[in-house]
Design a protein around this ligand. Structure first.
Ligand code: FES
Ligand code: FES
Length: 156
């Protein structure tokens, strides 16, 4: 283990001041230290997208980001999308379109969709497919996921 470093960053709008091993991954920090277990661990090596979160507004694989990159960063996880008891419109569209089966890939998929729609509020089907191309789903065959993102874009 490396020497611990002091870090300041924000998660879902809450400021954090924590001493951490600089080589710890953002995924470990979220799940094991901050207990934000909505972000899922699949492959642990940047291939499946199940750990996708927003880092300074961009979708990243949390398993590939290390603590030393987090000073002054703003992180949004799936837990930070809704408002209080109200779920986010993208989450609502996923439910309404029946785009969720086992659910394991869904938090990461929704965070990629959020990053896409923030940058491009009216994406084409091709742009949606490209936007979620780093997120693997074993269950749905993707078409309902694409429909859900189209629906969320229309209803924004
Ligand atoms: S767990 Fe991070 S990309 Fe698979
Ligand atoms: S819903 Fe099961 S992996 Fe996507």
């Amino acid at each position: 283990m490396s020497d611990l470093i002091n870090l300041n960053f924000t998660v879902n709008g809450e400021k954090k001041h924590i001493k951490l091993d600089p080589s710890m991954t953002l995924l470990e920090i979220l799940r094991n230290i901050l207990k934000l277990t909505g972000t899922k661990e699949g492959c642990g090596k940047g291939e499946c997208g199940s750990c996708t979160v927003l880092l300074n507004g961009k979708a990243v694989n949390a398993c590939l980001v290390i603590a030393s990159q987090l000073e002054e960063a703003e992180i949004i996880t799936i837990e930070g999308l809704g408002k209080g008891e109200e779920i986010h419109p993208i989450q609502k569209a996923f439910i309404e379109e029946g785009a969720v089966q086992c659910g394991f890939c869904i938090p990461g998929m929704i965070m990629s969709a959020k990053a896409l729609l923030d940058e491009n509020p009216h994406p084409s089907e091709e742009e949606i497919k490209w936007g979620i191309s780093g997120n693997l789903c074993r269950c749905t065959g993707y078409s309902k996921i694409v429909s859900a993102i189209e629906k969320a874009a229309k209803e924004r």
